[in-house]
Design a protein around this ligand. Structure first.
Ligand SMILES: [Zn+2]
Length: 732
């Protein structure tokens, strides 16, 4: 082969590789590829860092002076970059502490500090206006009682307590942070009759056993406290006094005392400095080995020798939640909205949570502003939002969605969310019709540390961290990016789970460990040293979420792939069928162990443990309605894919609207049992996991709670929703 022909071949290969980048939904992807290249060229890591510093410069919780300052800065940045910007304000309940008091007296006398000290290495840690350490939505209360240690405070921990014959009725419980969303711990404690709940960060999970302490390292020092909401968001999020309605004007409100998502007992988070003397005072049985943390004494279950006094009261006032809404009107389809959002409120300064994500969103807005300045216009309308009042319970976004529900159901193409962001691997959750869409994006964004695609890095990490050899082999073979299902814990909840807007939640992390979460040490100084030094992952996030927004704004055919959705739901259905089989085996074996006396013989007689009760046998359940519905969906998804590739003109415009409204078919009118606000039949936060997702929640949770009649009813409801989607896609 001559040199000349070799270089022609090289040229051909090169051209081939450029045009080979397929972008689903684009008839001619070249324009989009060059648009994204221009977009990337305007992104600037240094400016991401400057905006993180600016927007975390003061404490800015809901209703504070700092919040108004941050809102003004965010509004200015959007406006300076050509966005049509307004502030939509809701009046929302946001209780802050008036009295916080915790003492132990008796054999041990201790008054809790309840205070994180300022550090000279952390420039904003000494500021006035910091919210004190507390759990928002704790009830007012003044209780004195013995203390009981409940491990992580999950339902299974109470089964262990029952075996030891320990009851928490009338007691105050102390639970470790971790293994579940924090609000589950006081909820389960209240269900068991406890009169108060303390939650502390054990150094085993969040402190010296994890790494060097702040300010030397990133991890929680002995004074650090995780603030946070304990609203029972799995019932409904948003302002607890206005479920289903926007908190605007003279909206009817229910009293917070009767709100179904608020607890009735006082709850307080504390540091391990404050928890130590309390735990040390516990008597009673030695805690099971796997309940131990890393404090230097033997952990006992309790009750305590001394009494704990917990007194809390709150102001229960309405505060303004100020959402910043910035728009660039679409040139071709102004009534089709691509919505992007991240919250701006923080517990204190919030450099990581939420400002790192917000700075990336603003970086996208700045780059898009440049594109517009150079004559480009999005085909669909871009709506960029900065939400307030996320921290106390996704309030700003939920009130906005409830307020604009009818319009959003007509116009919202998708919602793209981010929140805290840091160094590491791409992670995403979302509607599974977006699976292939996310794969394509993840294969063109380049990881700033290794120069491979963020897809390759995420895949490698999944394979290394997979729990079994088989799972590792499967992860290595993965050709698609792993899009996880959505639980809760950030502002996408009302979009996807309440009104069925296709959604994505995107962020980087995994190499950004630390103990700063929801403390005064979530500061710019901490972030710049430990979370994303150089702010390169701020740019990676902007490239990823920005591409998602730009592709959805520009696509000829919107990139929804219902074949991918079908595959995923089929997988979930198989999981449910396996789950009930495992449960049947487990109940049978456990009952055998009790009835054959094996349980009693294996127990240490000196511990006087109480035998567990036998359980009801698990019946056989008929999944055929779901399986049949899935067969129709498979055919309908193929039909839709064929149709997407053939239409043009007005017919295509109408088809696009049909595609983005398809997810709404998966809502059920009645919602989930005991929580009708949650209407999506495929995704919801778990009733006992909080942030953690339960897929096909109606059926899965009924099985987990051994309510088999409800499981049968829910199978019908899910089957109907899948069937509804199939018919919808099949019909013209
Ligand atoms: Zn956040």
């Amino acid at each position: 082969m001559s040199k000349a022909s070799f270089s022609i071949l090289g040229l051909l290969l090169c051209t081939f590789s450029i045009s080979a980048q397929q972008i689903s939904g684009f008839k001619k992807p070249q324009n989009q590829i060059s648009l994204e290249k221009n977009f990337d060229s305007y992104l600037n890591a240094k400016r991401v860092g400057e905006n993180i510093k600016l927007l975390s410069s003061v404490p800015h919780h809901v209703g504070s002076n700092g919040a108004t300052k941050i809102v003004t800065e965010v509004e200015r940045i959007f406006k300076e970059n050509g966005w049509d910007t307004k502030i939509e304000t809701y009046q929302v309940l946001f209780p802050t502490p008036v009295v916080r008091q915790l003492e132990m007296s008796g054999a041990t006398n201790y008054k809790a500090l309840l205070k994180e000290p300022a550090l000279k290495e952390d420039a904003t840690s000494n500021q006035a206006d910091q919210l004190p350490t507390y759990n928002c939505w704790s009830a007012d209360g003044d209780v004195t009682a013995e203390l009981v240690f409940v491990n992580y405070g999950l339902p299974e921990d109470y089964e262990v307590l029952a075996k030891h014959g320990i009851d928490v009725k009338g007691k105050i419980v102390i639970a470790k942070y971790g293994r579940s969303w924090r609000g589950i711990k006081p909820k389960v404690a209240q269900e068991h009759g406890a009169v108060g709940c303390l939650i502390y960060s054990d150094p085993a999970d969040d402190g010296y056993a994890a790494g060097d302490l702040y300010p030397l390292g990133a991890f929680k020092n002995e004074f650090g406290v995780q603030r946070g909401s304990i609203m029972d968001m799995v019932v409904y999020p948003g302002d607890p006094t206005t479920p289903f309605k926007g908190s605007k004007g003279n909206v009817d409100r229910i009293g917070h005392e009767v709100a179904e998502n608020l607890l009735k007992i006082p709850v307080l988070p504390i540091s391990y400095k404050d928890a130590s003397p309390l735990l040390k005072d516990l008597s009673g049985p030695v805690a099971p080995r796997n309940w131990y943390g890393a404090l230097p004494f033997t952990y006992h279950i309790g009750p305590s020798k001394s009494k704990v006094h917990l007194k809390l009261s709150f102001d229960w006032k309405l505060k303004p939640a100020q959402n910043v809404i910035a728009t660039i009107r679409g040139s071709d389809f102004p009534d089709q909205w691509v919505i992007r959002g991240n919250h701006h409120d923080a517990w204190v300064n919030g450099a990581n949570d939420p400002i790192s994500g917000l700075a990336a969103e603003l970086e996208e807005a700045i780059a898009i502003g440049q594109l517009v300045k150079n004559g480009w216009k999005p085909k669909r309308t871009l709506v960029y939002c900065a939400w307030d009042a996320e921290e106390p319970g996704l309030i700003g976004s939920t009130e906005w969605v409830e307020d604009h529900e009818a319009e959003l159901r007509q116009k919202a193409v998708a919602y793209i969310n981010s929140d805290g962001n840091g160094r590491g691997f791409l992670g995403a959750q979302g509607s599974h019709a977006f699976g292939p869409f996310m794969t394509e994006i993840s294969k063109v964004v380049i990881d700033p540390q290794t120069n491979v695609s963020v897809f390759e890095r995420a895949k490698a990490s999944n394979a290394i961290n997979a729990s079994s050899v088989k799972a590792k082999q499967e992860a290595l073979k993965q050709a698609d990016f792993r899009l996880d299902a959505m639980g809760s814990g950030s502002d996408y909840s009302s979009f996807i789970q309440h009104i069925g807007i296709p959604s994505l939640n995107i962020g980087y992390g995994g190499e950004d460990d630390g103990g700063e979460y929801h403390s005064i040490y979530d500061s710019f100084d901490h972030y710049a040293r430990f979370k994303d030094p150089g702010f390169a992952y701020g740019v990676s996030l902007a490239q990823t979420t920005g591409r998602a927004a730009l592709r959805l704004a520009e696509a000829d055919v919107l990139p929804f792939d219902f074949k991918a959705l079908h595959q995923t739901v089929k997988g979930y259905t198989q999981e449910l069928m396996d789950l009930i089989e495992q449960q049947r085996e487990k109940v049978k074996v456990e009952n055998d162990l009790i009835q054959t006396n094996a349980w009693a013989l294996a127990a240490d007689p000196s511990e006087k443990l109480q035998a567990p009760k036998t359980k009801k046998l698990v019946p056989y359940i008929d999944f055929s309605p779901m399986l049949n519905a899935l067969s129709s969906l498979e055919i309908a998804a193929q039909f839709a894919a064929n149709k997407s590739s053939t239409l043009s003109g007005t017919a295509l415009t109408q088809w696009n609207q049909k595609l983005y409204q398809a997810e709404q078919q998966l809502l059920s009118i009645q919602g989930l049992p005991r929580r009708p606000w949650y209407k999506h039949t495929l995704y919801a936060p778990g009733f006992y996991t909080g942030y953690g997702v339960k897929t096909i929640p109606g059926v899965r949770e009924a099985i987990e709670q051994q309510n088999y009649q409800e499981a049968n009813e829910q199978i019908q409801i899910v089957a109907e929703s899948i069937k509804r989607l199939s018919n919808y896609l099949n019909n013209d």
